[in-house]
Design a protein around this ligand. Structure first.
Ligand SMILES: C[S@@+](CC[C@H](N)C(=O)[O-])C[C@H]1O[C@@H](n2cnc3c(N)ncnc32)[C@H](O)[C@@H]1O
Length: 280
């Protein structure tokens, strides 16, 4: 396990993922019924953007850094930026909340969170960080096993973020297999599966397979900061949203063009959103 999210926290991929994740939680919380949030590859709670790791890459400067002082953000992004701002009350961007913290901040009394993280240091940090939170359980275990271990949950509504580091070539296939197990065990689970836009050949196969996997609804959302075929690294990222709550896609249509233009690192940046299964 070489991947450490502390080098990448707050980058363009985190902006896309976290803004959408927070919005999905908000939409699912419109009803009073309890929500169970599952984060299978949780990372840790708070990242120091001025610490050694984040400073070394400076990735956050081209992510949250580009939104930090803007006063013309689309609504969906205002909520996300404010969520980060709550951890930086002085106004200077220093601490960045990871997915567990973002959701913990908006958890209601009736909601619950299940986190799994395999790296011993991050798992321990998470456990200590949330030790006094009765609704938050932290497990040091393989996140791909999370659907078998925890689904179905007692609550009628579940939201699962599947966000592995993609260190192995078969990670896309493992994600798809885990998603299928999750949906078989609890068909209404809302799933956000994050993936990197790097290898077009692997992605083409993944699109084809996920579209044909018998999943109820699959919305593909992608944002590119560079043309998809450059070999510089992470050219963009995507989320496969299984059973996304309405009217997320309508809201994203308003905010993605703006976001793609702000986060572009060469050219104009790009985005797309379409249904691979179950178009409403
Ligand atoms: C992309 S980071 C997670 C970022 C976090 N979800 C967020 O959005 O703030 C992926 C995390 O998965 C952890 N990890 C790697 N393999 C894992 C596995 N098999 N099960 C659970 N966690 C794993 C890594 O240690 C890393 O912290």
């Amino acid at each position: 396990m070489n991947y450490r999210h502390s080098f990448h926290a707050g980058n363009h991929a985190d902006v896309l993922k976290h803004a959408i994740l927070l919005r999905m939680v908000r939409l699912m919380q419109r009803k009073d019924a309890p929500l169970c949030y599952l984060d299978s590859h949780a990372g840790t709670a708070l990242y120091d953007l001025q610490g050694e790791d984040a400073s070394r890459t400076g990735e956050y400067l081209d992510g949250i850094g580009r939104l930090w002082t803007r006063d013309d953000l689309p609504e969906l992004l205002v909520d996300y930026r404010d969520a980060v701002a709550r951890h930086n009350p002085g106004g200077e961007l220093r601490l960045y909340p990871g997915s567990p913290q973002l959701v913990a901040d908006v958890l209601r009394e009736q909601d619950r969170m299940i986190l799994s993280e395999l790296h011993p240091d991050d798992a321990l940090t998470l456990k200590n960080h949330f030790a006094d939170e009765p609704g938050i359980a932290v497990h040091q275990r393989d996140g791909y096993q999370l659907p078998k271990a925890f689904l179905p949950v007692a609550e009628k509504r579940a939201l699962w973020l599947l966000d592995p580091p993609f260190e192995k070539p078969d990670d896309l296939q493992r994600c798809l297999a885990a998603v299928q197990v999750g949906i078989q065990r609890m068909r209404q689970t809302v799933i956000a599966l994050w993936y990197p836009i790097k290898d077009q050949r692997l992605l083409r196969e993944f699109y084809q397979r996920i579209g044909a996997a018998g999943l109820p609804k699959v919305l593909r959302v992608e944002l590119n900061v560079r043309p998809a075929d450059t070999s510089l690294g992470l050219n963009g990222s995507g989320l496969m949203l299984i059973n996304p709550p309405w009217p997320l896609w309508e809201e994203l249509e308003q905010s993605l063009p703006w976001l793609a233009a702000q986060l572009a690192q060469s050219g104009s940046g790009g985005w797309r959103m379409d249904w691979l299964a179950g178009e409403p």
